[in-house]
Design a protein around this ligand. Structure first.
Ligand SMILES: Cc1cc2nc3c(=O)[nH]c(=O)nc-3n(C[C@H](O)[C@H](O)[C@H](O)COP(=O)(O)OP(=O)(O)OC[C@H]3O[C@@H](n4cnc5c(N)ncnc54)[C@H](O)[C@@H]3O)c2cc1C
Length: 507
């Protein structure tokens, strides 16, 4: 079946090197199994490295230091409040696994060198539970990859898995293609763990399970193409809660260069220094540092539109009801982008609390002045409309005509944009941040068919193995990635027949 292809064998084969895959690989390796981890990108990290880095957990050293007496049961109940109307669709067995394992998961990451600050409040959580990684979310992949290497995991990057291979009703191998197009088979003596992230950038899967509105909307992480979901579906697996998608939401286009925080090495010493500084230093000293992050990674507050800002496409046309679902319409504009246009009356408000342009909940708020300082590339200001149009690089005549009509009456009861100077922030684009549809899985993270039967030899973790679990609020996706990864890795390790356990070998 595998023709002339080279076959490399290990006890456990993990597909994907984000948070869940690295956790799975390290757990199987800790149990003494030989493990190969296959990552399609040039480096490990996946969406885990794109994240803000919030991890919500209870009974942590941070909570104890803050005198908070929390419990997994309280967390379990508060997750229902976060889910709101979606709550009846949750997978309660997986929710229980999530809340019961957060303490252990956070302490494990800390032992590996990951440093967190917090806990921060995020209602309706009854206690502060949000822990934020410092200096940045690359810290997860950095420390987990090192840990995997120390445990002997064979990590192959630039290796994309294209197919799962079943023999006698059991998944035994995967077929990979490297960056040069060369094909190879990786065979698992025990089991394969699919940890390939979500399908936010996978139009075919979005078309199958999600709203038509999001099918062509770009993903924050364009390489999250749902490969794990697709390959498992080919063997009879099924996607649960596939329509639950975070997005489209508007975000400012990223700057050409990484921000200050992204550039910091995720070393433990650097992280500890930052954690200390965040506790000990006054906010005004920390602010420039935090702002370089906030103005890069986040989207605009809806308050801008509530206060009267409008959206304009790159033809200088207003195209949507800003108080409706504007992010859906941004995705349909030429080049899928838009600008937020406003006047000095609105600008004045957004210089200070309570009117912020963007926020990372529990971390900080960014105002217009922060964008003026940190994001000259997306900040536009001029005394005239043609001047503003020139800065935005949109046709001046169209912007002038549109604003004249708007101020002349086409704005219904919204405020006129007539006080100079005039401003624009953008481009903004609409993105799918992540998708919540995961393969149906058992409590051991075995992949299940629609009828509930197990697909032997196949496990899934993280977004691929989300199994209908709702992860509303912040900090639950990463928690699930690490927790489910470790559980899947453990059970995959137990699948290796006793007599067959040995080191990876190439035939
Ligand atoms: C902007 C942003 C901010 C976020 N912030 C937070 C936050 O603060 N807190 C939180 O809890 N969650 C957050 N999330 C969500 C969270 O980051 C993800 O849900 C989580 O990281 C998923 O982990 P994972 O291991 O399942 O997937 P990933 O981290 O995406 O890992 C999957 C890996 O599999 C690889 N892969 C895919 N297909 C193949 C293939 N065919 N062959 C080989 N390798 C393959 C990918 O390249 C990737 O490296 C955020 C997401 C985004 C986009």
């Amino acid at each position: 079946m595998s023709g002339q292809l080279q076959i490399t064998e290990a006890d456990v084969v993990v597909v994907g090197g984000g948070g869940s895959g690295l956790a799975a690989a390290s757990e199987a390796a800790r149990l003494g199994r030989s493990v190969i981890l296959l990552e399609k990108n040039p480096r490990t990290g996946g969406t885990t490295s794109w994240s803000v880095g919030s991890v919500t957990a209870t009974n942590t050293p941070h909570q104890k230091r803050a005198g908070i007496q929390d419990s997994p049961q309280a967390h379990f109940e508060d997750l229902a409040a976060h889910a709101g109307a979606l709550a009846p669709r949750d997978n309660l067995a997986l929710r229980r696994i999530l809340v019961d394992n957060t303490t252990d998961m956070l302490e494990w990451l800390m032992r590996l060198g990951v440093v967190f600050v917090g806990p921060m409040p995020e209602p309706p959580h009854r206690y502060p539970r949000m822990h934020n990684v410092v200096p940045n979310s690359k810290s997860f992949a950095y420390h987990l990859t090192r840990h995997c290497r120390d445990l002997g995991v064979d990590i192959r990057v630039d290796t994309s898995i294209e197919r799962l291979i079943e023999e006698n009703g059991r998944v035994t191998s995967v077929e990979a293609k490297d960056a040069h197009g060369a094909r190879e088979i990786f065979r698992a003596r025990g089991a394969v763990v699919l940890a390939a992230g979500d399908y936010s950038g996978g139009s075919d899967i979005k078309a199958q399970v999600a709203s038509p509105d999001v099918v062509d909307v770009e993903a924050v992480n364009a390489t999250s193409t749902g490969d794990g979901h697709r390959m498992a579906q080919a063997l009879g697996a099924t996607i649960v809660n596939g329509d639950i998608v975070r997005g489209p939401i508007m975000r400012f286009i990223p700057p050409a260069q990484s921000n200050l925080i992204q550039k910091l090495p995720p070393l433990k010493t650097v992280a500890r220094l930052i954690a200390w500084a965040m506790n000990a230093m006054p906010q005004w000293l920390l602010r420039p540092f935090l702002m370089s992050f906030l103005t890069t990674a986040l989207g605009p507050s809806a308050d801008l539109f509530r206060e009267g800002a409008i959206l304009v496409n790159d033809r200088g046309e207003r195209f949507t009801d800003e108080l409706g679902k504007p992010a859906y319409d941004v995705a349909k504009q030429p080049d899928r982008l838009a600008y937020i246009v406003f006047d000095d009356a609105i600008a004045e408000k957004f210089e200070a609390w309570p009117y912020f342009v963007s926020t990372a909940p529990g971390v900080a708020y960014a105002y217009l002045k922060d964008y003026r300082r940190n994001r000259r590339d997306i900040y536009h200001q001029a005394d005239t409309i043609p001047g503003l149009a020139a800065s935005m690089r949109v046709p001046a005549d169209r912007l002038v005509t549109m604003l004249n009509r708007y101020n002349g009456g086409e704005r219904f009861d919204r405020p006129a944009l007539s006080r100079k100077p005039y401003y624009a922030l953008g481009p903004v684009k609409s993105y799918v941040v992540f998708t919540d549809g995961g393969l149906k899985v058992s409590e051991r993270l075995e992949v299940l068919r629609a009828d509930g039967s197990v697909i032997p030899g196949l496990y899934a973790a993280g977004s691929t193995g989300q199994g209908g679990l709702l992860l509303e609020g912040h900090g639950h996706h990463l928690g699930w990635a690490f927790i489910s990864g470790r559980i899947a890795g453990r059970h995959a390790a137990f699948e290796v027949p006793l007599k067959k356990r040995s080191d990876a070998a190439t035939h």
